[in-house]
Design a protein around this ligand. Structure first.
Ligand SMILES: Cc1ncc(C[n+]2csc(CCOP(=O)(O)OP(=O)(O)O)c2C)c(N)n1
Ligand code: SF4
Length: 314
């Protein structure tokens, strides 16, 4: 079994208010292990404002600013400017928002922060819905998933539209660094957080964050499901630095998506045909990612010309 080499320091404390098996809680714990104590977090309205517990108590060992759901990007731009004005270059400014507060309601502020080249990290923890307010559909909810606003009754079969591709949207802004992370792969997660911490400029992390009550699975299955999301190719692990893609976990053979789908109540109504459609789309997405990695791989330097000679024609 691989030896874990995670930083020992805990900056997320017991006594928090997350549900058992909460993926966003695991994501925060690993994030803070990678960032360390010189961190200021901005958290919008979401499950995490509740998990952290109400003022004056807190489950977090770093400074936290609560901000409106739409403005995390603007908030971290302001925090960065404040840290610079106070001559605190070693402070890492981080926005930590749900998929609703990132890919939907918070998208404009995120885009502004990326476009202004704010020196900060934006983390989207993706539990694929507005969970804090009762499991409503978000742009990041997968196609065909049940939520309270995409019911399964009569001819209605869950969310009609496909999942919004937040990484593609973010990458169109050419961030300094962007990566996908998954708490089921803690060492990959923390290594990417450490890389993001040490890069300057706008950085983005897309964290898969399974939610037992929202996805309708048993709380002890969070890690298994997270693992399956990556091993099936549904949530590939990769990073993009200065436009260069690198896949950080390469599955030999992708597992069937059925293994992931059938363990969640939100997909209970799916037919074999629907599973096969997802299988085909997932395979195509994985192949696209492999191609992108090849296309962006740094080319080898030109051969050194022989001493005293002229370079051979290309
Ligand atoms: C402008 C605005 N609209 C709606 C809300 C109500 N609200 C609070 S938390 C929340 C859900 C946020 O969902 P997400 O960002 O995905 O985080 P999660 O709850 O899933 O952790 C909503 C809709 C709000 N606080 N502000
Ligand atoms: S509803 Fe989901 S995301 Fe929210 S605290 Fe519970 S497990 Fe975590």
């Amino acid at each position: 079994m691989a030896r874990l080499t995670l930083p020992a320091q805990e900056l997320m404390y017991r006594g928090h208010a997350a549900c058992p098996g909460c993926g966003p809680a695991l994501a925060m714990r690993l994030l803070l292990k990678g960032l360390g104590p010189r961190t200021v977090l901005s958290i919008p309205a979401c499950c995490w404002t509740v998990i952290a517990t109400p003022f004056p108590t807190t489950a977090l060992g770093v400074a936290v600013l609560d901000n409106p759901i739409e403005s995390t990007g603007a908030s971290i731009s302001g925090l960065r400017a404040a840290a610079d004005a106070l001559h605190l270059p070693d402070v890492t400014v981080v926005g930590f928002a749900g998929d609703g507060g990132t890919a939907d309601i918070g998208l404009q502020a995120l885009s502004g922060m990326l476009e202004r080249r704010t020196d900060a990290i934006f983390v989207m923890y993706d539990n694929e819905g507005y969970m804090n307010t009762g499991v409503q559909r978000s742009g990041a909810t997968p196609q065909g998933a049940w939520t309270t606003t995409t019911p399964v009754e009569g001819t209605r079969r869950g969310k009609r539209e496909p999942k919004k591709e937040i990484m593609a949207i973010v990458l169109a802004h050419r961030p300094a660094y962007a990566a996908t992370v998954n708490p089921a792969f803690p060492e990959d997660f923390v290594r990417k957080v450490e890389t993001a911490r040490d890069v300057r400029g706008p950085r983005f992390l897309h964290a898969l964050a399974p939610c037992p009550p929202g996805w309708r699975f048993s709380s002890e299955e969070t890690i298994d499901l997270g693992r399956l999301a990556t091993e099936t190719g549904l949530f590939p692990l990769y990073e993009v630095e200065e436009g260069v893609y690198r896949i950080t976990r390469r599955a030999g053979t992708l597992k069937p998506v059925a293994e992931y789908v059938h363990r969640q109540g939100r997909f209970r109504h799916w037919t074999e045909e629907e599973v096969e459609e997802l299988q085909a789309a997932t395979r195509a997405g994985w192949e696209r990612l492999l191609r992108r990695e090849q296309e962006t791989a740094p080319s080898l330097p030109p051969p050194t010309p022989p001493i005293g000679g002229t370079p051979a024609p290309a």
